[in-house]
Design a protein around this ligand. Structure first.
Ligand code: AMP
Length: 448
């Protein structure tokens, strides 16, 4: 068995382990920022009425093949798939929309109050070529709004409602980014119509014909995509193709009446909400079930991988997975990139540090130090209590290394009188005070 082989190899050469390529450890103090970002997401999404879903990290491979599409790069080349012991194929999730839709169907959520608003956060796995902002285990924060179409509903009369939902979802992401202080977030929007002859399908035919005419001037990737997925040619970042792409037919000129109306309404709704956007007709999603609204948000300081969020409407997906006709819109934020961008802008936050370092001296002082530490921690302060007695100079050096704000000096005197010696480490000033006075000082001076 491979596991046994790996184990005996290990004993023989005492391998030094390293995280697998494309994965990484997130360490303090960076994890403080990760926690702040996640906490802010929970708060902001909560104010918009979203509840959290936690779905499994692995799912049947078939779920992703059917929803994302078997001939996409994500499913065809990038999934971590393996046979379980009962020989069913399982994959680590490359994204979470499919899981959310699966859960929606599995738990009969069409009977829950509609529209259903869910958010998630957690790791995703894609075997891509690692680089700055691109990993094999990365983290997404995402949300989905799902609404099963009731008899007599749907069609043209739903357009204003759907457009308002789209705009509110986008508004929520922008609010989240603003709350984090993310600078230079730029929203781009587009409509890719829907899969019908008088709309996207007709457009794709025109696009194909136009691409055939310029085929010889395109690179091999784009040439291949003319047959497999012509919309994806519009995604190309190849310098030599940019002028050619600029001359291709635009989808905005080929939208059917309903899709055009919906797009106009989304823009009106965004304006009402004070959300600034730029239109980008080249913003596409390569999958058939995506329709109408698509959007992407870029941020600063990320180099070529500058997309921090992608989203769109996917009204057909739940039905494709065996559920009732259901509308859907959602987005996924790349948390790794969001954090990178915040760090590049100096929004990373300071090292963790401690509020109080308890420098205790003398056996009798230990019990008092433990009791004082317990009360300070209960009051919510970060306290370091050395496990063994340290000499005064060493204790202060240790406190300094931990970026402690105050040293609480507890010796026999302090224990006897009940008056603590408090040293402020930035300026070296020292004062005697009671426990109540020290707590008051901490409450006033330490930002929690
Ligand atoms: P997608 O699910 O492909 O629409 O991606 C949504 C967002 O997830 C992107 O805008 C990125 O910010 C992020 N993302 C996608 N793939 C990766 C990756 N391999 N590493 C880091 N972030 C990623």
């Amino acid at each position: 068995m491979r596991v046994a082989g790996a184990l005996s190899g290990l004993m023989a050469n005492r391998t030094k382990f390293q995280a697998i390529k494309g994965t990484r450890d997130l360490l303090p103090p960076d994890t403080e920022l990760w926690n702040r970002v996640e906490q802010t997401a929970r708060e902001v999404f909560g104010t918009f009425g979203f509840g959290e879903i936690r779905s499994p990290i692995f799912e049947p491979t078939e779920l992703f093949a059917r929803s994302i599409g078997a001939d996409t790069d994500v499913v065809g080349k990038e999934m971590y798939s393996f046979d379980d012991r009962d020989e069913t194929s399982i994959s680590l999730r490359p994204e979470a929309t499919a899981s959310v839709c699966r859960a929606y169907i599995e738990h009969g959520m069409h009977a829950w109050p509609q529209p259903l608003k869910l958010y998630y956060l957690g790791p995703m796995f894609r075997r891509e070529r690692p680089q700055k902002g691109r990993y094999r285990q990365f983290y997404q924060i995402g949300a989905e709004v799902l609404e099963t179409v009731q008899p007599g509903q749907g069609g043209t009369k739903d357009i204003p409602k759907d457009a308002a939902v789209d705009a509110e979802v986008i508004e929520m992401v922008m609010t989240f980014f603003a709350r984090l202080g993310l600078e230079g977030a730029q929203l781009q929007i587009n409509s890719i119509g829907h899969a019908a002859e008088n709309c996207r399908r007709g457009y794709v035919q025109k696009l194909k014909a136009a691409l055939e005419k310029v085929k010889d001037n395109l690179g091999p990737d784009s040439q291949r995509r003319i047959a497999t997925n012509p919309l994806r040619v519009l995604d190309s970042k190849l310098e030599s193709e940019q002028a050619i792409i600029a001359g291709l037919p635009k989808i905005s000129e080929h939208l059917c009446e309903d899709c055009a109306m919906q797009y106009a309404e989304v823009k009106r709704q965004l304006a009402m909400r004070g959300v600034k956007y730029a239109e980008n007709w080249r913003l596409v999603r390569g999958l058939d079930y995506y329709m109408r609204t698509t959007f992407e948000i870029t941020a600063k300081g990320l180099g070529s991988q500058n997309a921090v969020c992608g989203g769109g409407r996917y009204d057909g997906l739940v039905e494709l997975l065996g559920g009732l006709p259901t509308k859907g819109i959602g987005f996924a934020i790349g948390e790794d990139r969001l954090i990178l961008s915040l760090q590049e802008a100096g929004k990373g936050g300071a090292a963790a540090g401690r509020d109080v370092f308890v420098a205790w001296m003398g056996e009798k002082a230990q019990a008092a130090a433990i009791a004082a530490t317990q009360r300070l921690r209960t009051a919510g302060f970060r306290v370091e209590l050395p496990p063994v007695e340290q000499k005064f100079g060493k204790a202060l050096g240790h406190a300094d290394k931990l970026s402690a704000r105050y040293a609480l000096i507890l010796g026999e005197d302090e224990v006897a009188t009940g008056l603590w010696t408090v040293k402020t480490l930035v300026d070296g000033s020292q004062a005697k005070m009671s426990e109540a006075e020290f707590l008051e000082k901490l409450r006033n001076e330490v930002k929690k």
